[in-house]
Design a protein around this ligand. Structure first.
Ligand code: HEM
Length: 408
């Protein structure tokens, strides 16, 4: 689809980017911007394609040091209209840059380098599975952990998430972190659209964080991750934004599982053998996410090493430290779901809503011990100390004294 008849200009853009020809880019963008009534008459697919093509020019102009809408202000009402029509932000997102981008000769790219195409493809390949995965997440949010359907849904989700591991493995094999840091990363800078600062179309918008939200993050995220989640939501699709809104006000899947374990996990498992199967399936799913995040952290570290990087943080507005924290939280969740950390709560202190809440609950409990310093065995575990990055899941403590589920 080429509603702006931009095929030729998009091809030329690769050359203009190579020579930093801002004048040529700005002139081409002015020609591409449609009249407002024309944009208003586009079908939904045409509106997405138009945003994609305008977007690649916006990112290119910014990469060469100019705020694109200062140079081509006539694009502003059109971007606003295209955003409104599609229910999305008024600039291009990772969906436009990767998924709604043709392959072959018509592929829209900043550089024309094969590594850029690999990165686009690595992101494109995860979206069908992630879309289905989010629907599974929606079903899981309504499924009782005691229902045999819970483990089945969780295993289906784990299978869908394998594509994330395949994707990052492909990137590790085919994309040089140095090239990414020096050549591609600058195109993903934020731009200002009508007074609003909008992030570039980077892979951090891939909504793995939204799955976290339903599975554990709605009530177990650290403040930095919760903020990253909130800031990522606007770049998401309308249905997924609605998921976020709903999942933010209901207990996470992990919290409901932990609640089923109650004060006496062993008795709970004896009463409900299905509970252990549910916990095992959850951990199998988290294990896939941990493998993705371990490998992803490895390549992100290399691209953001101080001698290599041009920017201190990623184009999603966060740094490698946050990736480390997210990986640690995912591991911690797996440990907690494995049973050793299944918190036992007294009636006065029901399930903490956040890790901070968990720590507060822990200090309340500690304060009530005779010496005030020892952490009682039943208290929820605190965030573990960071360990060396790895693509292997961290060892999971025994499940209520038994072997951890994924090893059994
Ligand atoms: C050269 C390759 C890559 C580098 C250097 C990189 C770097 C980063 C960085 C620094 C962040 C932190 C947020 C931010 O951008 O500000 C991030 C987040 C993220 N990236 Fe990447 N990334 C790469 C490729 C990918 C690919 C191929 C995918 C998936 C298909 C991906 C998925 C994510 C996700 C889902 C997040 C949000 C945090 C999370 O859920 O763990 N990244 N990335």
């Amino acid at each position: 689809m080429d509603p702006l008849r931009a095929d030729g200009a998009c091809q030329a853009l690769r050359t203009w980017n190579g020579t930093a020809d801002i004048a040529a880019m700005a002139a081409a963008l002015r020609t591409l911007v449609p009249a407002l009534p024309e944009a208003g008459a586009y079908s939904a697919d045409e509106a997405l394609a138009a945003m994609r093509d305008l977007g690649i020019f916006l990112g290119s102009l910014k990469r060469h040091g100019t705020e694109p809408l200062s140079l081509v202000p006539e694009a502003l009402p059109v971007l606003t209209e295209l955003g409104r029509r599609t229910g999305m932000v008024p600039r291009d997102t990772v969906h436009h840059y990767c998924t709604w981008n043709p392959v072959g000769e018509r592929r829209r790219m900043y550089t024309g380098d094969a590594q850029e195409a690999h990165l686009q493809d690595s992101v494109r390949m995860v979206f069908p599975s992630l879309r289905d995965g989010l629907e599974k997440g929606s079903s899981l949010s309504e499924t009782d952990p005691l229902d045999p359907k819970f483990a089945l849904l969780m295993d289906e989700l784990a299978a869908l998430l394998e594509c994330m591991v395949e994707s990052i493995t492909m990137v590790i094999d085919r994309v040089s972190p140095h090239w990414f840091a020096r050549e591609l990363r600058p195109y993903f800078e934020e731009i200002t659209v009508g007074g609003r600062v909008l992030l570039g179309p980077a892979a951090a918008q891939v909504p793995l964080w939204l799955l976290d939200q339903v599975v554990w993050a709605s009530d177990h995220a650290e403040p930095e991750y919760a903020e990253f989640l909130r800031e990522s939501v606007p770049y998401s699709l309308p249905r997924w934004r609605a998921f976020y809104g709903h999942w933010s006000v209901v207990p996470s899947v992990v919290s409901r599982l932990v609640q089923c374990y109650g004060d006496d996990p062993e008795a709970a498992e004896l009463r409900h053998p299905q509970l252990r199967l549910s916990a095992e399936a959850l951990i199998r799913m988290l294990r896939v996410v941990i493998v993705f995040r371990g490998r992803h952290l490895g390549i992100a570290r290399q691209a953001y090493e101080s001698e290599v990087r041009l920017y201190p943080v990623g184009s999603g507005g966060a740094g490698v430290d946050l990736l480390r924290q997210i990986l640690d939280l995912t591991r911690q969740t797996a440990r907690m779901s494995g049973g050793a950390g299944v918190p036992r709560h007294d009636q006065a202190h029901p399930l903490p809503r956040t890790c901070a809440g968990a720590r507060a609950a822990q200090s309340r409990a500690t304060a009530s011990t005779p010496h005030g310093s020892a952490v009682p065995a039943s208290a929820p575990s605190a965030v573990p100390a960071p360990s060396a990055p790895s693509d292997q899941p961290a060892p999971v403590p025994a499940l209520n004294g038994k072997e951890a589920p994924w090893r059994s």
